[in-house]
Ligand binder design. Structure first.
Ligand code: SF4
Ligand code: SF4
Length: 64
């Protein structure tokens, strides 16, 4: 089972499920689970997914 990483906050209502973040991840650490994005332990915190999101739906936890 994939554990959700605590390092990211995903603005679920804002996410339009385009899949860009999933495709951008070099280690396949992102999954689109129905409408909820999940991250797994393979994440290296490279921030590619954050940069590629067209609506800025992924944030580092604690940042505004
Ligand atoms: S930060 Fe990098 S490694 Fe982690 S989920 Fe995003 S694209 Fe993948
Ligand atoms: S790139 Fe952004 S809008 Fe697209 S699926 Fe990922 S979080 Fe959602």
């Amino acid at each position: 089972m994939d554990k959700e990483l605590d390092e990211f906050d995903v603005d679920i209502p804002r996410c339009m499920h385009c899949g860009a973040c999933v495709g951008s991840c070099p280690v396949n650490a992102i999954y689109l689970n129905e409408v909820v994005l999940e991250f797994n332990d393979d994440c290296t915190m490279c921030m590619r997914c954050i940069k590629v999101c067209p609506v800025g739906a992924i944030k580092i936890a604690g940042e505004k």
